[in-house]
Design a binder for this molecule. Structure first.
Ligand code: PHB
Length: 356
């Protein structure tokens, strides 16, 4: 019987357990988006994860969606991340970097005044973004021209090269949660005509171009992809989320990725459905589930062969030794949302490990 502690072959790597750390935006980089020493301490504390997927990181300049988020487009950022990968490897861990473009979630105040870009000129509503000048509404993005998209693909390729120089074990392409690639995928945000709008094939074109470019750098067996077909966060909606993710799962077989990482639900519980069953039925590679799993639910899904691994987000934030706690049946620390995005060690590196 497969358990949370059965090793898992993950493309080119083997994970010693199936309790992964989900990517978590924690805003502890500096104002130039350079990863800090505090970040390397935080990730090293969590090195017993089967795999750490490090937080969303700007592939290119001027696409920041979070104040003090990290980047991977400058030499200083590469050096900053190298400190993290060295610490994680010294602690026996494995770490992928999640690379992204924030699309319409970017804000001019975070990007030197630059207007954000997106598949269509439709703003995020009903939420605000934290900037150095306080919380601000999202702005209407500029619709990208088709002839600008090769530059975005090239930006992801360069970020993949930089992630290699920074010593990561692979990269996860962020295709979820209403950021640029997801905005192209879902028809509530993509109203384009032409080769990047309309049909599933067209809406997935940019994603597939990015995966192909990044796989050209790393080999596809060191590239993962995250999707969130149901998440309404960032004003996202699709007219047929199950159809979209089922089609994607089938097509992604052609890419022989290290894994596919699927968020099963909606942060805001507005959209519901079972996305994991059709993905499992149509996708032949390694499947990671995520969002609100307890350890016992994760163990059951893996034991029954419905998933290969589960990524834990805030559970791993609050419990740096999460696999050991699960194995021991020990109580878990509770995450404190009040310190999710605040600078400094509080609510970041000060969650205690189990006492012996
Ligand atoms: C968040 O911090 O709210 C956040 C960041 C990146 C995501 C999703 C949520 O992909």
């Amino acid at each position: 019987m497969t358990t949370l502690f059965s090793p898992l072959k993950l493309g080119a790597l083997t994970a010693p357990n199936r309790i992964f750390m989900a990517p978590l935006t924690r805003c502890r980089a500096d104002a130039e988006h350079v990863p800090t020493a505090l970040m390397s301490e935080y990730y090293a504390q969590r090195a017993t994860a089967g795999l750490i997927i490090a937080e969303a990181t700007m592939a290119m300049e001027n696409n920041s969606a979070f104040w003090r988020e990290p980047g991977i487009h400058s030499p200083a950022q590469v050096a900053g991340w190298k400190r993290t990968t060295d610490s994680v490897h010294a602690a026996g861990g494995r770490i992928f970097l999640q690379i992204w473009h924030g699309g319409r979630a970017c804000h001019p105040l975070l990007n030197g005044g630059a207007q954000p870009v997106a598949p269509s000129a439709i703003a995020i509503t009903g939420d605000e973004v934290l900037t150095p000048q306080g919380k601000q509404p999202y702005v209407i993005p500029r619709e990208l021209r088709d002839d600008e998209l090769p530059g975005i693909v090239a930006g992801f390729r360069k970020a993949a090269e930089n992630a290699q120089a920074a010593g990561f074990d692979g990269v996860e392409v962020h295709g979820a949660n209403g950021y640029l690639l997801d905005e192209f995928l879902r028809d509530g945000a993509n109203k384009r005509s032409g080769p990047y709008g309309g049909s599933l094939e067209n809406r997935a074109r940019l994603l597939f171009e990015v995966i192909t470019a990044v796989s050209g750098v790393w080999g596809s067996n060191r590239v993962g992809l995250r999707l969130s077909p149901l998440n309404s966060y960032n004003s996202m909606i699709d007219s047929d989320p199950i159809g979209l993710v089922t089609w994607l799962a089938e097509r992604l077989n052609d890419f022989a990725l290290a894994y596919l990482h699927v968020m099963r639900a909606d942060f805001f519980r507005q959209q519901s459905g079972d996305v994991l069953t059709p993905v499992r039925a149509n996708y032949q590679g390694t499947l990671i589930g995520n969002m609100g799993y307890t350890a016992s639910e994760a163990a059951q899904a893996i034991g029954e062969g419905r998933l290969d691994a589960v990524a834990f987000g805030t559970g791993f934030l609050a419990n740096p030794d999460l696999p050991a706690r699960i194995q021991a049946g020990a109580a878990l620390n509770k995450p404190n949302p009040g310190t999710f995005y605040t600078p400094g060690p509080e609510g970041y590196t000060d969650y205690p490990a189990m006492t012996a």
